[in-house]
Design a protein. Structure first.
Length: 416
């Protein structure tokens, strides 16, 4: 049976029948005997064709049902007669890649097992690249001597307040800027000034554009933990968790280097002109701290932190009211070691000088005018076969950071 020919024949018979009916209606007469016989013959043939087409339709439906559910199909063998549309070339391979990427990455970040990294790190520390998984290796010409630290592994190891700067940020829930590159960045600082009443008269116009009187420059520097050497005998101990032993110490040493650089810079910065004079070379008073707490312009009054040297912090802890109540107190019961002065957190650092002549023993800083930037990815470098250290392997952690501030956002507490 040619289904297409049957449909053409059905259409031809239907058209002829309609033409004959229209002719009889126009003449206002009935069918003749010959016309009636021919019409009945045509209707009979149309009925036969219709039955064939309906059977063909049922057969097609039965075949599609077999394709979907062969067990319950009327004619399971008919499933083999159905040709399905083939997938475009390469579609399966592309889908597989997308699935692998989706399983490996989430929000653009790799998920690294700490136990897996610790295992590979210890092996790499002993044997170098040959025992190191490629996903942890630095892609440089000196791959044998470097190891990248995945962020997901490195972050939990370092304390949240690894240095005083990060501790200040954490008090207010702030985080350092994260940039994948180490290129220099300069951020403008808007110096807002007071506006005024709108003059609702024709032609009156007052402009008060914010003046960019300052900027925060964030040039990147490389910071290191300093080399730490281990006996190869210790590294060969199969039960030695090398990661837990060395990474926290290296990371903390590098963070202290960043803290030291920051305080050294602001001590030497002649652009920080706001200064409060301490009472004597060996101490200060409650009014001195009040003046320091209120010296910054109003736009930098928010998110303030007071930094003191260790000796100055001890002196502040010894200041009490006339009733014997300390002026530094803990406002957060969950952080009893964090002290506040009139609502401003007070932190101490080892990198401010002790009491003496014209010594900057403290600073107040607003985080509104300060930025800390973490760049790129930290890495551990491995040193071997150094003649001065036979049978030893050394490690050094490197990180890329930048800090910047507006001078008006800082003021110093200086002895006379």
């Amino acid at each position: 049976m040619d289904i297409k020919a049957l449909r053409t024949e059905f259409t031809t018979l239907q058209t002829a029948q309609q033409t004959a009916l229209d002719a009889v209606a126009a003449a206002k007469r009935d069918f003749t005997a010959d016309e009636k016989t021919a019409s009945e013959k045509s209707f009979g043939r149309m009925t036969e064709i219709k039955n064939v087409l309906e059977h063909q339709k049922k057969l097609a439906e039965s075949s599609f049902s077999a394709l979907k559910d062969p067990e319950n199909a009327t004619d399971p063998a008919a499933a083999d007669k159905i040709e399905t549309q083939t997938s475009p070339p390469g579609q399966a391979e592309q889908a597989a890649v997308e699935i692998r990427v989706g399983q490996t990455f989430e929000n653009g970040r790799k998920k690294i097992s700490r136990a897996e990294f610790a295992k590979h790190f210890s092996a790499w520390a002993r044997e170098g690249r040959s025992a190191m998984a490629q996903k942890f290796a630095t892609i440089t010409s000196a791959t044998d001597g470097n190891l990248l630290l995945p962020t997901e592994v490195d972050e939990p190891i370092i304390p949240q307040a690894a240095n005083t700067i990060r501790e200040a940020l954490s008090i207010y829930g702030q985080k350092a800027m994260q940039t994948p590159t180490t290129r220099n960045i300069t951020l403008p600082v808007a110096d807002a000034s007071a506006g005024g009443v709108v003059a609702e008269s024709a032609g009156a116009e007052t402009e008060n554009e914010p003046a960019l009187t300052a900027s925060i420059s964030l040039p990147v520097s490389t910071y290191q933990s300093g080399s730490t050497w281990f006996s190869n005998k210790e590294l060969m101990a199969v039960d030695f968790d090398f990661m837990s032993a060395i990474l926290p110490a290296l990371a903390y040493s590098k963070e202290l280097g960043l803290e030291s650089a920051f305080f050294t810079a602001i001590i030497a910065d002649a652009g920080i002109t706001q200064t409060v004079a301490a009472a004597t070379d060996g101490g200060f008073t409650y009014p001195n701290l009040v003046a320091l707490n209120r010296i910054l312009p109003k736009r930098y009054n928010a998110l303030k932190v007071i930094f003191l040297s260790k000796d100055a912090y001890t002196a502040a802890e010894n200041l009490v009211t006339t009733t014997g109540y300390p002026i530094l107190n803990a406002l957060d019961p969950q952080k009893s070691s964090l002290k506040y002065f009139n609502g401003t957190p007070v932190l101490w650092t080892d990198y401010l000088p002790t009491f003496g002549v014209a010594a900057k023993i403290g600073f107040v800083m607003s985080l509104v005018g300060f930025r800390l930037r973490d760049c790129g990815q930290e890495q551990v470098q491995r040193y071997t076969q150094y003649p001065g250290r036979p049978a030893q392997t050394g490690f050094n952690l490197y990180g890329y950071h930048a800090y910047g501030y507006a001078s008006a956002a800082l003021a110093s507490l200086k002895t006379p």
